[in-house]
Write a protein that binds this ligand. Structure first.
Ligand code: NDP
Length: 307
């Protein structure tokens, strides 16, 4: 029987592992399908304290993992396919290779995945102009037009970032009103390179081996048009990767993020804790994920001591 299993090894999982390992609890980390989490898909991280010259997302997570292993954390590249969670434990996890793991404490740090447009051409051209990360891929599109989909803060931030490289940024949003904060909308509107297409929906991404354009439909007039562009960045929010745990009885909000209790990392099931993007609809930063990972390990350690 394990004392602590940590599901996920992004910044939240790795930080929880560092804290739990230093407390002598020898945590088992199940790294899942995207070892290192979303951060590994980011290029330069310039806002993680302690790295004045920046660090790549991949190096940052790998450093965290090495630090956790140094103190006795064990990393396995396995995915949890089913979970049986019992208030007070033990909790049973079935891994994708069919083996079962029993643990007194589970810390869920399963992250969140970018929402897709779900239109023809998107899957086929992913990596060849279709991206969910302007920070990662924006610099490839110098002096050519690009498009961003969405009306939230991420869409504004990505559109503004892309103006550093692209000749023109087409922002496609399905409504007239924005979900983004006023200041971000004002900044985007003040940038002459950004062209707004409101009440519009992308219906197709066009291109043979690379993106050549997008087909959009005006939601009010019903008219279709084609915008020529070399890349499409979907900034449609994130879907938390909590399905397995939700099926096992973990309480989530209306968007699927795990609900934690009373400003702690406790979930509704005793002995199960949650940290990072899977329980954070708002901040979703490497540093905030790392912070909640530390809190989860401290909560778990106290829980085990009291048991
Ligand atoms: P949000 O959920 O806030 O916004 C998602 C946007 O995508 C919405 O405008 C939504 O439209 C649109 N959308 C969703 N699904 C579809 C679809 N199928 N087709 C077309 N459009 C779709 O996500 P964000 O990632 O923008 O932001 C998440 C959180 O992170 C927010 O709280 C935000 O404030 C924060 N954040 C803050 C930043 C900052 O302050 N600098 C930067 C980035 C994020 P609709 O509005 O119609 O629902």
């Amino acid at each position: 029987m394990e004392q602590i299993v940590i599901a996920g090894n992004g910044p939240a999982g790795c930080t929880a592992a560092i804290y739990a390992a230093r407390a002598g609890l020898s945590p088992l980390v199940l790294a899942g399908n995207t070892p290192g989490g979303l951060l590994t898909q980011t290029s330069e991280v310039e806002n993680f304290p302690g790295f004045p010259d920046g660090i790549t997302g991949f190096d940052l997570v790998m450093n965290m993992q090495t630090q956790a292993e140094k103190f006795g954390a064990r990393i396995e590249y396995e995915t949890i396919s089913e979970a049986f969670l019992t208030p007070g434990g033990p909790h049973k996890l079935i891994l994708s290779d069919g083996t079962a793991v029993e643990t007194q404490v589970l810390i869920i740090t399963s992250g969140a995945t970018p929402r897709a447009l779900e239109v023809p051409g998107e899957d086929r051209l992913r990596g060849n102009g279709v991206s969910a990360c302007a920070t990662c891929d924006g610099a490839f599109y110098k002096d050519v037009p690009v498009a961003v989909a969405g009306g939230g803060d991420s869409a504004m931030e990505e559109a503004l970032f892309l103006t550093r490289f692209a000749s023109e940024v087409h922002l496609i949003h399905r409504r007239e009103q924005f979900r983004a904060s006023r200041i971000m909308v004002a900044r985007a509107k003040a940038n002459a390179k950004i062209r707004f297409h409101l009440n519009a929906k992308i219906t197709e991404i066009i291109g043979n081996s690379n993106v050549e354009g997008i087909r959009i439909i005006d939601n009010i007039a019903g008219t279709e048009s084609i915008i020529s562009c070399k890349a499409v960045f979907a900034a449609l929010g994130h879907i938390p990767c909590n399905e397995v745990f939700q099926k096992a009885g973990i309480e989530v909000d209306e968007r699927g993020f795990i609900i934690t209790r009373d400003n702690t990392t406790y979930t509704n099931i005793a002995g199960v804790f949650a940290a990072g993007d899977c329980a954070d609809p708002l901040y979703r930063q490497a540093i905030t994920a790392a912070g909640t990972g530390a809190r989860a390990a401290i909560d778990a350690e106290k829980y085990l001591a009291e048991k």
